[in-house]
Design a protein around this ligand. Sequence first.
Ligand code: IMP
Length: 210
Amino acid sequence: MPDAAKVLYSKEDIRRRVAELGRQITEDYAGTSPVLISLLKGSSVFLSDLFREIRLPVRIDFMAISPYGEASEGARVVRIVKDLEQDIGGEDVIIVEDIVDTGLTLSYLMSTLRSRRPHSIEICTLLDRSVVRIAPLEVRYKGFDCPESFVVGYGLDIDERWRNLPGVLTIEDPEALAANPDLLIPFLHGGWDAEDTAGAGSVAGPEGAR
Ligand code: IMP
């Protein structure tokens, strides 16, 4: 039986890449104090690691949105459920995302935030699934490319679970996971890196789960 879930990016892969992104942002924004905006809930894990790798007096803020639906093909309207606490007028803004998929959510949000007249606005995403992009978006900072398979971990969820996995997994067999919702528990215990042998590495479906 093929593996139901596989490690896509280990916690060590992510630690290294987040440190690189932090260095790049530190250089690009030298002498400024950018505002990092995290979209709840998925990007909160990435934000908390990323902003501690930026050697600048950054500020953070949070937004929560829920989809209203498709306004028309290629456009999505979202409702702001929790708005920013600070005025971003004149500020250098970096939107921190977990994954940019079609780009519809972010493209709507970008136009809303641009109307508040920030000095600059850029996107920093951990994962970029550019193969399915519908809305044209310029992603300035990207952690990794993402394949089409559904991914979980490091903030990303299925039905609100698995955000606390330390790395990112691809779900190769969603039916196996639906049949055994606890299938990924071994990944909470280890198996992400070569020296980290306590857990899974990959799991093989319900009968393979420990
Ligand atoms: P977009 O508007 O299609 O770009 O949707 C982006 C949002 O969809 C992300 O912020 C995630 O919340 C969610 N999403 C897209 N793909 C995945 C995935 O593979 N795993 C978990 N969430 C996902």
